[in-house]
Write a protein that binds this ligand. Sequence first.
Ligand SMILES: Cc1cc2nc3c(=O)[nH]c(=O)nc-3n(C[C@H](O)[C@H](O)[C@H](O)COP(=O)(O)OP(=O)(O)OC[C@H]3O[C@@H](n4cnc5c(N)ncnc54)[C@H](O)[C@@H]3O)c2cc1C
Length: 496
Amino acid sequence: MEKVIIIGAGTAGLSSAIRLQTLGFQVEIYEKNDRVGGRMFQLKDKGFTFDYGPTITMLPEEYKDVFRASGADPDDYLEMTALDPLYKLYFRDGTSFQVSSNLNKLMKELENFGEEEAYGYLSYLSDVYGRYIIAKKHFLDVSYRRKRDFFNLKTPYHGYRLKTLNNAYDSISKFVKNEKLRQALSFQTLYVGVSPFQGPSIYTIIPMIELLYGIHYIKGGMYQMAAAMEKRFLELGGKIHLNQSVDEIMIKDQIAHGVRIKDDIKEADIILTNADFPWAVENLIKERKNRGKYKDKKLKRMTYSSSVFIMYMGLDKKYPTDIHSLRFAADFKRNINDLFESVIPEDPSFYLYSPSQIDESVAPKGKEILYVLVPVPNTQDKHVNWDETQVTHYQSKILSMIEQIPTFHDIREHIEVMHVSTPNTWEEKFNLNHGGTFGLRPTLSQSLYFRPQATLKPLKNVYFTGSSTHPGPGVPIVLKSAKLAVNEILKDHPHE
Ligand SMILES: Cc1cc2nc3c(=O)[nH]c(=O)nc-3n(C[C@H](O)[C@H](O)[C@H](O)COP(=O)(O)OP(=O)(O)OC[C@H]3O[C@@H](n4cnc5c(N)ncnc54)[C@H](O)[C@@H]3O)c2cc1C
């Protein structure tokens, strides 16, 4: 039986582990942290259970597919509820836009902007759905192991049909004129850490996916997906070693024979790294000749996604509010530009998540959870500094902004528990270069063939999966990357 070692128990590590173990490989995972999940982490304090990173479940079938692939019924592992409304958007002039997956309710909201705008919105949905089908078939579900897998006659044709060369905001603007609707359909590029004013327009598929496939809530929080994958993997006979930080992939003549943890070598036939690609190549592959095209110069030139500043608050009273909501900055464009020009925004947009509105299991009775996420720049530009003074200053600033919301006017008096994460936390805890929370920025020059793939020449039996590999960041997309990595392993190591 061939033995696979997976470095990291994040979304991609766990899901590929389930698939490989099901196929008959003997799989062991080494994870640096004290629990599985990677960015899909969980924090518990005084009866409050916080999702640490991801909170929005999109494309639920991708989640379920992991369990089905192992012969299990996903309903035995996850309890998912479709949310309606999906979320609410608040603008600084006091107006709001509630986004519903119920077409009747959505039309009412849209027609408030005028029939022409409503028509534009529906046309956008139809256009981007067509592009999504092309993207899925010809770009998202395929690996680019060889140059000719990408550079062939079909790519320019499908690329042209994908119409992805302009940016998300310009692409949306062709359909809707109202600035608020434009913002409502373009802010989602921040889910993958790229600017709507610069990133490829294909990311306009995100609001379409939200609307057409829904946003779901997993009972107990997003972490339940990680816990469920861990459970399934252990049931299948896999092994997980926590608090084990891998220091090196042991390679001789382009073939890996194991990993090193301090002085201890763990032997394996195949290595799959879920640790973020650019970090892993630079830190785990010691000899430069084994890094293939990822020479020092290329690694230095790579750009990273934006980052986040998050406050995890346990509140000692109930605050009826939305489960998911977003508060836009007064000047959206400036806010976004700040993020990609290494300026910590003075007037930021921020996202609020309160799972305790519908889930009693995540907070003590009569209490509430409020997770506040503020997109901030990564720390690639060294003058972005999150020392203690900056953290205290920013925390207080964001709290003042939350106090302006009538519901939360007395929030400061009711904070029982407060934790924060900054770009430094993300870098230290998960080995994400520069705290870029979504890994390599998915610009055109770092997408598709140009993004790291599951395989890396000249290495023969080392594979990669996760956010910074193709097809990119976001839980459902990362689940696809795991599928691609497993397929690549199977090509080299066929199993029935
Ligand atoms: C704040 C935030 C909010 C997000 N919101 C959403 C959302 O709402 N919806 C959504 O779909 N996506 C969201 N995402 C994106 C999503 O969380 C990620 O794309 C996904 O979880 C990444 O999974 P991964 O397997 O690629 O990497 P990771 O989760 O980072 O897993 C990599 C694992 O490798 C481990 N590791 C690293 N180095 C070593 C080493 N040397 N030895 C051993 N182990 C190591 C790490 O500890 C980690 O566990 C969000 C991300 C963040 C950060």
